[in-house]
Design a protein around this ligand. Sequence first.
Ligand code: CO
Length: 299
Amino acid sequence: MADTAVNLESEQYENHREAGEILAQVREETADRVEVGVSHLEIAEYAEDRIRELGGTPAFPVNISIDEEAAHRTPSIGDDSTFGEEMINLDIGVHIDGWLADTAITVDLSGNPELAEASEQALEAAIDVIEPGVETGEIGAEIEDVIDGYGFNPVVNLTGHGLGHWEQHTTPNIPNRAVSQGVTLEVGDVVAIEPFATDGGGKVTEGSSEEIFSLEREASVRNRQAREALEQITGEFRTLPFATRWLETDRPEMALRRLKRQNVVHGYPVLKEDEGYLVSQKEHTLIITEDGCEVTTAN
Ligand code: CO
């Protein structure tokens, strides 16, 4: 007889769990090091090196978003920015053979603990309603309710997501507000849930800077640096996002400009609220099980 039941003990899920365990440890150790005056680059490299030391691979560059920024900022080559009295979101990923874990935490040095708490509590409430058959719209409604209750807005154009093999963002989307057309989660689904709370309007827009990229299509390129960069991308990062500072070729910025012009890679612009507002974020990865879910990135 064919058995169509999902085997949650298979290698795929063991890899997800191992990635989650490494990531939970790295998240806590990294967050502990964030202080006024510490450099962004030092924090990003600390986390990425620590992931490798513990036997994982960074699934994407550590995102360090400050104040109104919500996602997609990572230090540039030689970046000398340091932390101030700000709201800082760290979003970190690990993979083992392409099986991912994705987590985020807010370190609040700005004196707005309720805003950080709002996304944390929203995530807890979302996790509480998760079981096989739950609709993603219902998860979004929980998130929205909790954040509303704090007097803040969820960021509605950022969502949680499924995690595929070598794919950081796949279906289903997990909305951060109530929606009527959701999908249901089933045993074996691996999803990242990531509420963002803000004292702004709740919609992020694209900024002008890009430090994170991923492969769009393979192509032959003539320029030496572009070719070397592309070899590293296809061999090492495959379809996962990478940072300019991860490229080993000389003149990596020029190589990326060429690859972008040929639509071989695409960039992820920094996403942000309007200036003067703050954004907090909390994220866990979980596996849907028969009786609820297993949080792979739990402390
Ligand atoms: Co995520």
